[in-house]
Ligand binder design. Structure first.
Ligand code: ZN
Length: 249
């Protein structure tokens, strides 16, 4: 604490020191941060403690943090989070997909926003547009081709939106039960993860874009998740690839 301020006449005075000179938008961020700090009154001689302000009586719990995450700005719960977190994909893949839904993945556009200077902000997959989250996962011609393969495979046409939450909501089989859609939407999570992995392989391993590989690895992942994580699901990988809707009947 002594590195970020000092007591002046029994009153705590914040003083942040940064490792580099702040650029314009960081100065604004610093002012915002200080305005948050200044709301907190520190008392000399009184021990500090952690407080979970969203539930001060019971303190922090995973369920209260989860409730907080589901809360949208107008104070209501967004059902998309409930649907999303009920899926049976692997937690690491869920996390990547979740970060796409809230636009928190380090895409080139997001890295530039936080002041990281990039050689280029163009999409690694197509090289034609800036690499924002909505571009690389949804409007990029590479992503578009992979989503089209999903449509062809399940023999269902979807309206593919540029916005992540709308895209996830549209990735839904209108004729199928909630249970089947829970299985089907794992494919959304798998494709998102494989697109992101492919982007990294191109940067770090100089690989070439391969839409079929992204799609095939997505199929394989979902088959593995369902057969290993859902009790009443058991089918061969070959059957899953050749006839993905057989388990509906
Ligand atoms: Zn692209």
């Amino acid at each position: 604490m002594s590195q970020v301020g000092s007591w002046v006449n029994n009153k705590w005075s914040w003083k942040a020191e940064w490792r580099h000179s702040l650029i314009a938008w960081e100065v604004e961020e610093e002012a915002h941060l200080m305005s948050i700090f200044e709301d907190t009154v520190l008392c000399l001689g009184v021990m500090g403690k952690w407080v979970w302000k969203f539930d001060e009586s019971s303190g922090y719990s995973i369920s209260s943090a989860y409730s907080r995450l589901r809360l949208v700005e107008d104070g209501t719960y967004d059902s998309i989070y409930e649907v999303f977190w009920s899926l049976k994909a692997l937690p690491s893949s869920m996390t990547t997909a979740w970060r796409v839904l809230v636009d928190r993945l380090p895409t080139r556009v997001n890295l530039e926003k936080i002041g990281i200077v990039m050689e280029s902000s163009m999409c690694v997959l197509c090289g034609e547009e800036e690499e924002s989250g909505s571009h690389v996962f949804f409007t990029c011609k590479v992503a578009w081709k992979v989503w089209s393969m999903c449509s062809k495979w399940i023999e269902e046409a979807f309206v593919y939106h540029w916005d992540a939450c709308s895209h996830f909501n549209q990735f839904y089989l209108g004729w199928a039960s909630q249970k089947i859609n829970k299985y089907w939407r794992c494919m959304w999570i798998a494709v998102i993860g494989e697109i992101w992995k492919q982007e990294k392989f191109i940067i770090f391993k100089n690989c070439r874009v391969d839409c079929l590989l992204i799609f095939t690895l997505g199929q394989l992942k979902v088959w593995f998740w369902l057969t290993s994580r859902v009790n009443d699901v058991s089918f061969t990988y070959a059957r899953w690839c050749l006839d993905p809707v057989f388990f509906v009947f």
